[in-house]
Design a protein around this ligand. Structure first.
Ligand SMILES: *Cc1c(COP(=O)(O)O)cnc(C)c1O
Length: 432
């Protein structure tokens, strides 16, 4: 770990205070040019006494704008203090977690994983068009049917065809021969350039895809590609649970990654992290953005610097060992759940290094799914799966209630809303 460490409360407070003093202070400095200020002080009083020990809320009230990208060229000088905090976050994620060399990447904290994925697709589409003279119709996006719908959204916006790769029903892996025939057909249909999106943890199954399957076949056919890893879900889990993971920047074939801090890291929404190797992000430069100091290289415009501080606080509160321990606990709970399901002969999918368990729908009565808020794969009668995400608040105690309900298999009460209430009150056993 080069950048990531655990800091005490006092150290964290001091670091954020220092960053805020390096920003323009709308309350005390003369700053006439920005269509921005601190938050409305009739509603958000910056002097409220509880803010003193709450660096994230203080930043929120100060309201720095992190518009643009701060790993390349110059940036808006007014917010240079908290921009540096954003760079510290990106260094931890890119170098310490995803094994990039220092200063070898660009990136930013996007509003979410959706934007980070679209940013990647936009960047590669333009790269193929500018540097390879590609027509948009010659470019295709390749990813599995388990891929997050943000990829479909991005294809729609960027007018790119999406080749949806089927996966094995129970094991969720990519079938090489099926992928090969899809690629042969695409080539015959005039596709020459491929944007591959491989998942580190699909949203429904947590499955981690073998990116080499794509790259080997594409290379065999002499086709050009760029490889993006969607680790929106698994980025703060899998690199910790599987130390032998090759889905990182040590693999020269990987050019970019999406990692959501607002999922497993439990950061506030608005913290999707985008990271790419140097040399690519310039492909989405918007030269018309003249009023922004520095280069406009991001899909969104204005974005809050408080989000960067929130992610920074979480990372530097835990430190690498603290975070590893947290992931280990979630793994233990997930393992416990799987053991219990095995004993009951219930079919499920689980990626060994992830904390999602996706259970065949026919084992779960509808009322149990409703009572425990399980998420179905499809919200209609064709649903085949329900998932359990073993998050911080899903303790073994709760999972054990769920297993007991499955064991007893009692008929649903007339009014299932009562059941939900009972489950949530933790007094579930009174019914049996
Ligand atoms: C959640 C998720 C996304 C989208 O992230 P948002 O932050 O909701 O925009 C993309 N990919 C995967 C795999 C996800 O789980």
């Amino acid at each position: 770990m080069q950048y990531w460490k655990k800091l005490s409360v006092a150290e964290r407070n001091a670091r954020v205070q220092q960053a805020l003093t390096e920003n323009v202070n709308f309350s005390t400095d003369a700053s006439f040019g920005y269509p921005a200020s601190h938050l409305d002080d009739k509603v958000f009083n910056e002097d409220a006494p509880f803010l003193k020990d709450a660096p994230v809320l203080q930043t929120y009230a100060a309201n720095p704008n992190h518009i643009g990208c701060h790993t390349l060229g110059t940036s808006e000088a007014a917010f240079k203090g908290t921009q540096e905090i954003e760079r510290e976050v990106l260094n931890v994620v890119a170098c310490d977690i995803f094994k990039a060399e220092p200063n070898s990447f660009d990136g930013y904290i996007a509003p979410g994983g959706t934007e980070a994925n679209i940013q990647a697709m936009w960047m590669y589409r333009n790269y193929f068009m500018k540097h390879k003279n590609a027509k948009p119709s010659e470019i295709a996006v390749l990813s599995t049917e388990d891929t997050h719908y943000s990829i479909a959204k991005g294809c729609n916006l960027l007018i790119l065809d999406w080749i949806k790769v089927p996966v094995h029903f129970m094991e969720r892996y990519i079938d090489d021969s099926e992928l090969e025939s899809l690629i042969i057909n695409a080539r015959a249909a005039g596709k020459k350039y491929f944007i591959v999106v491989a998942n580190m943890g699909t949203t429904m199954f947590g499955s981690v895809e073998v990116a080499d399957i794509y790259t080997e076949i594409l290379e065999n056919y002499g086709l050009e590609y760029k490889l993006h890893i969607d680790a929106a879900y698994g980025g703060f889990v899998y690199p910790f649970s599987n130390p032998d993971s090759h889905l990182n920047f040590r693999n020269p074939k990987i050019s970019s990654v999406t990692i959501d801090a607002h999922k497993m890291l439990q950061a506030p929404y608005g913290t999707g992290i985008f990271i790419c190797r140097k040399g690519y992000i310039e492909n989405v430069l918007t030269t018309e953005a003249e009023y922004v100091e520095g280069m406009d290289l991001t899909l969104c415009g204005s974005r809050s610097g408080a989000n960067a501080v929130a992610v920074w606080m979480i990372l530097f509160t835990y430190g690498p060992h603290g975070w590893q321990e947290k992931v280990n606990i979630l793994q233990m709970r997930t393992g416990w759940l799987c053991q219990q399901l095995d004993l009951l002969g219930i079919e499920y999918f689980r990626e060994p290094y992830m904390n999602i368990v996706t259970i065949r729908q026919n084992h779960i009565p509808q009322w149990v799914a409703t009572a425990f808020n399980l998420v179905p794969q499809k919200h209609d009668e064709n649903n085949q799966w329900y998932k359990i995400v073993v998050m911080d608040h899903v303790e073994t105690e709760h999972l054990s209630h769920f297993i007991d309900v499955l064991k007893h298999g009692e008929a649903p009460p007339e009014d299932t809303s009562k059941y939900t209430e009972i489950v949530h009150n933790n007094s579930f056993f009174m019914r049996f």
